[in-house]
Design a protein around this ligand. Structure first.
Ligand SMILES: *Cc1c(COP(=O)(O)O)cnc(C)c1O
Length: 399
């Protein structure tokens, strides 16, 4: 392992950390080990590996050298002891919860979550006797009041979909750990990536990711990860991954994420720079009621975002005047910008929850989930910002 780069800056470590080309015939990029199993020199060697007495691969559901390079690098970038890469963000989230919880335990989660995370808690874990309370995690007293002797996990995203509320990670972590050291604070860091925010350095216990988004960064894979202390991550590998979900990452996918990481900081800077320009421009448009972006000085989360994030990120949401019909018209007017869910890609992606992801909800149900009829979400891509703005402008003007 060439870990001399350990003291180097983020972008240097994102390119070099955890791989030594002399270990692989000088290959500049880490080889892709497309193999299910690994042959042992002797039964004794196999026995030692199974017993955990010797290092070395056994079978790719338990780990694979291509996956290990990614995990070493990701742990370093998040400033955690260890990482576990998995087949999807939901794979990482579900394996983490399955490992840490048992029937009778209690989870406190923010009131707004990625849709499938909410479904996993509400329709998955509850069926197995886990109790879940949803609170506004921006309200520290609400978090405190929700904690019980059974609470084992406090879970939130920051910034959160769709209104980009920002949670005070340090304050929540301190409050929860003052209450009990048996509670894990878990942060979904998908929106920021470690290039913009490192929750473990702010006191959180674990970070989860949908690597499908910015970490991969090119819209060509599905993957996830969890990062934290060695002991917990090993437990998640041996229980949540190996036995309970089997949601193992393909070596090919692990390789593609390593490739994405090389440009992560560069991309996050460009995403943030363009998003700030677009958010400022949107805020001046007469067709728009309100813009949600933590990098705008008018945002109630501006100060907190300045403190805990190095840049405000690439995600914007806004309210279009005129509700559902205007929202549909605007979306269908877009030319270069793609109508698609997901985020973090080179392509700018736009989604209108009321007519797309939440179209089967009633307007009342949408309101209950903070989804107004004219709400539009943009993942600002890496195209020239003038072209992104021009497409938004022509789509707004024909509304
Ligand atoms: C996409 C996403 C997930 C789920 O990740 P998958 O890779 O799609 O399984 C979880 N959390 C957030 C914030 C996401 O955006």
């Amino acid at each position: 392992m060439n870990n001399d780069a350990q003291k180097a800056a983020f972008s240097t470590r994102a390119i070099h950390y955890g791989y030594d080309s002399s270990s692989a015939n000088g290959s500049l990029t880490p080889p892709i080990y497309m193999t299910s199993t690994f042959a042992f020199d002797s039964v004794e060697q196999g026995g030692e590996r199974f017993a955990g007495e010797a290092e070395g691969p056994i079978y790719s559901r338990l780990g694979n050298p291509t996956q290990s390079v990614l995990e070493t690098r990701l742990a370093d970038l998040e400033e955690g002891e260890a990482a576990l890469a998995m087949a999807s963000g939901m794979g990482a989230i579900s394996a983490t919860f399955w490992t840490l919880l048992k029937a009778g335990d209690h989870v406190v989660a923010d009131k707004t979550l990625y849709g499938c995370t909410f479904a996993f808690l509400e329709h998955g874990l509850k069926k197995f006797g886990v109790d879940v309370s949803y609170v506004d995690c921006c309200d520290l007293s609400a978090v405190k009041n929700a904690l019980t002797d059974q609470t084992r996990i406090v879970y939130f995203e920051s910034p959160v979909n769709p209104t980009l509320r920002v949670m005070d990670i340090a304050a929540i972590s301190q409050l929860v750990h003052n209450y009990s050291n048996d509670i894990k604070v878990i942060v979904d860091n998908t929106y920021c990536t470690p290039a913009l925010q490192r929750p473990l350095t702010l006191g959180a216990d674990l970070v989860v990711h949908s690597a499908t988004k910015y970490l991969g960064g090119h819209g060509d894979l599905i993957a996830g990860a969890v990062v934290g202390d060695e002991e917990t991550v090993t437990r998640i590998r041996l229980e949540g991954l190996k036995d309970m979900t089997g949601a193992v990452i393909s070596p090919m996918t692990a390789f593609l994420i390593q490739r994405g990481l090389k440009t992560l900081e560069l991309r996050m800077e460009r995403h943030s720079q363009s998003a700030l320009a677009i958010a400022r421009w949107l805020a001046e448009q007469p067709e728009i009621e309100q813009v949600y972006y933590p990098g705008l000085e008018s945002s109630p989360f501006y100060q907190l975002a300045q403190q805990q994030m190095t840049l405000p990120g690439g995600m914007i949401a806004f309210e279009l005047k005129g509700g559902l019909e205007k929202g549909k018209q605007f979306m269908n007017n877009l030319k270069m910008i793609k109508r698609a869910v997901s985020l973090g890609d080179a392509e700018t992606l736009c989604q209108h929850p009321a007519s797309m992801t939440h179209s089967t909800y009633t307007p009342e149900e949408r309101m209950a989930h903070d989804i107004s009829e004219g709400l539009v979400r943009i993942s600002v891509g890496l195209e020239d910002v003038k072209d992104i703005q021009a497409d938004l402008s022509q789509a707004l003007s024909v509304c």
